[in-house]
Design a protein around this ligand. Structure first.
Ligand SMILES: *Cc1c(COP(=O)(O)O)cnc(C)c1O
Length: 411
């Protein structure tokens, strides 16, 4: 079977094509920590990158490799390294490739923990400028000769701002900057960052790709578009052993995964693999549910404001329509002063009060009192986070039940 098959067909048949024992349709869960070699030269060759093989499960495992290959196929990329969590992937993308004094331009609308780890990187000597990534002009203004990387998310959480993805891609490729796109909120079914010239794609596999809230995981995919041969931070020992196109992802596997140690377990890789088979189906339903709910909430007299890229009133509605196959499952909304945010949430019966997103079930959380609580009132105000803001991750329930749940709770 070739790569020209459709998105879901490709994922469904991916394990089988690796020819597992007994004609199994899934890659088995390989729990071995280490691999033995009949001839010690085989082990030596693996260590010297002369042949592809397995040595120790921290840096490579066949069950995890099968998932990595699926993510590569979904993203139409070159190669993928999986991690224990999305955060381990994000940390490794920076730790593996940048040095003290290198400069990153990052979107100011980042996932809270991503913003927080960036703060830690600043403390150990990496320079980071946070700018509003919805307008390329802000990226241009922040550029310096030692800028090495631009880091953005597709749809930001919880405000749903959409980055100026295509313009940033053009700018990064002109200036030879590593363009990192966190595709978690869209997933490769809705958006392929390779189409806007991304260099590296991050996915939290915990969210839509795994999709069932039962396994943590993360990944970095190299699209093959960045010129690693001329990147100054590649370790000399790798240059002598690895083909130029694979220098970036190899350094990520060695420094980020092998040395960093944020390894995905084979059990979690299996759960995520199975979950990913229905990514397209789940997202079709999620996007359809979310668009209907966004319109419903926007019309409701007790709702002050709805943030969802699928609404014509959204500031980046046009970019989202041009680039995405759907508008995703994440929205946020502010309530009118006539209704208390926590009272409203407690009335919901189908929607679960929970901090995750990208689950099959609809999940809601009061933003100011939970995920943005640590920031304090002043910084929340600066970021436009209203005290009544609710983040909603829309699931695949029957839309009638979701509409009924919101209708009975909004009074
Ligand atoms: C959840 C999330 C992450 C972190 O992923 P984990 O798997 O929870 O570590 C990173 N980026 C975005 C956009 C996310 O939503």
């Amino acid at each position: 079977m070739n790569n020209k098959k459709g998105f879901t067909t490709t994922i469904l048949h991916s394990d089988r094509l690796l020819q597992p024992e007994f004609g199994a349709l899934h890659q088995p869960i390989h729990t071995a920590v280490t691999w033995g070699y009949e001839d010690v030269n085989g082990l030596v060759d693996v260590f010297q990158n002369k042949t592809r093989g397995y040595a120790y499960s921290r840096q490579g495992n066949p069950t995890v490799a099968a998932l990595e290959q699926k993510v590569t196929q979904m993203e139409e990329g070159l190669s993928t390294v999986a991690f224990s969590t999305g955060m381990a992937a994000i940390t490794s993308s920076i730790l593996s490739l940048l040095k003290k004094d290198d400069h990153i331009i990052a979107s100011s609308y980042l996932f809270g923990n991503s913003r927080s780890i960036m703060q830690t990187f600043i403390e150990i000597g990496i320079q980071i400028s946070f700018v509003d990534g919805t307008d390329i002009e802000n990226i241009k203004k922040a550029y310096k000769p030692d800028t090495r990387m631009v880091f953005v998310e597709t749809i930001a959480n919880p405000g749903t701002q959409v980055a100026d993805l295509e313009e940033i891609g053009n700018y990064c490729s002109e200036h030879k900057l590593i363009y990192v796109v966190d595709n978690t909120m869209t997933s490769p079914y809705i958006f392929k960052p390779i189409n806007v010239k991304a260099s590296l794609i991050i996915n939290s596999l915990t969210k839509y790709i795994g999709g069932h809230g039962n396994a943590l995981g993360g990944s970095i995919t190299d699209t093959g578009l960045y010129d690693w041969e001329n990147f100054p931070n590649i370790a000399p020992v790798l240059r002598s052993q690895i083909p130029p196109a694979l220098l970036g992802i190899s350094q990520i596997r060695k420094r980020g995964l092998r040395d960093g140690g944020g390894t995905l377990s084979p059990e979690a890789a299996h759960s995520i693999s199975v979950g990913s088979e229905t990514l397209a189906l789940r997202l079709e339903r999620t996007c359809s549910n979310a668009l209907i709910l966004a319109h419903f909430l926007k019309e409701h007299t007790l709702v002050k404001k709805v943030n969802y890229p699928g609404l014509a009133s959204h500031p980046q509605h046009k970019i989202a329509s041009d680039l995405f196959r759907g508008y995703g499952g994440l929205m946020s909304f502010e309530l009118s002063d006539k209704i208390d945010c926590l009272t409203f949430l407690n009335r919901l019966k189908v929607v679960i009060k929970s901090s995750n997103l990208g689950d099959t079930r609809s999940l809601a959380i009061p933003v100011a009192k939970t995920i943005f609580h640590e920031l304090g009132a002043e910084q929340r105000k600066e970021m436009g986070i209203d005290d009544s803001l609710i983040r909603l991750s829309v699931g695949i329930e029957d839309i009638e039940d979701l509409l009924e749940d919101f209708t009975q709770a909004l009074y």
